[in-house]
Design a protein around this ligand. Sequence first.
Ligand code: M6R
Length: 361
Amino acid sequence: DKAGYKHFMAKEIAEQPVVLADALRHYTRSGALNLPDGLDFTGIERITMVACGTAYYACLVAKYWFEQIARLPVEVDVASEFRYREPPIPGGTASLFVSQSGETADTLAALRYCRDKADRVWSLVNVPTSSIAREADLALPILAGVEVSVASTKAFTNQLLLLALMALKAASQRGHLDAAGLAQALDDMRRLPGLMNQVLTNEARIERLGDRLAEAQDVLFLGRGALYPLALEGALKLKELSYIHAEGYASGELKHGPIALIDRNVPVVVFAPHDGLFEKTVSNMQEVMARHGQVILVTDPEGARLAQEGTAATLILPEAPSLLAPILYAVPAQLLAYHTAVAKGTDVDQPRNLAKSVTVE
Ligand code: M6R
């Protein structure tokens, strides 16, 4: 049931503030974490995360979080590569498998590879009865509710929420975060649903940008730090829904090749909250503008004040705590792809050649 929305994808994008708040309530209790005891980082020296597609990008964001706040090294791999590479799994490794459906064949095979090798085998799933949930030592449901649209939206933001909570637990257990710091981080998280709602109420502006992107042949997405995986996710969403060629790059990689693609016909979406990396990203953005690329800057009020001059469009999101920016910036990435697809008249919920659950390798 689309509940009055034109597509399941639109409904699932709009549900994000509610399902995120639900999961946050479930996994916290009176200012503290309420994660299962089995999620124990004692003796763990590294985490290997394995997933496909959008779930893989969630893991890439998590790598920044775990390494920055828990000082725990994280390796992230796409399941189809991991499973055949015969990677060594040294003692002290926790392995984590992230999958909305819990049935992705490559991710399941990667989990089976780690079963008798890793110290811990954990999974993050949306379907608690799935194979990837059943075969892990511990499965954490992301509680996003049924996701029908082939393009993953609310599962992605709830995966990110759970990964952020896990990183906070690791940071606390490893002595890098005290009770006050944890309480502050959880307070920040409780603001997220409201911030997401603010982005959703500005949807009309994103719809107009989608109309413009629908004319493009190629679109680039740029980001730095934890926003780099968001550039990858923005490009994947646009490709799968609108069939427009799109690529995501780490901003700093631009001058190592991709900048050759820029001309006045190429829209470049730049995710740049006003954080510690802002000036670096803006200088890459200016290199794009100097080559007449059409920059769509996605930032916050301070970022817009400092850098909107010369952009083709600037989308202003509310200011977000820096840890949580990737979760908030997912919403405009999804809406841009959605409205571009609607403008092009493609089959939004069931794009050509794709299946919701990829149970063959
Ligand atoms: O069910 P899973 O999370 O394991 O699926 C992984 C990918 O197939 C999935 O995220 C895919 O990339 C989506 N269509 C992206 O929107």
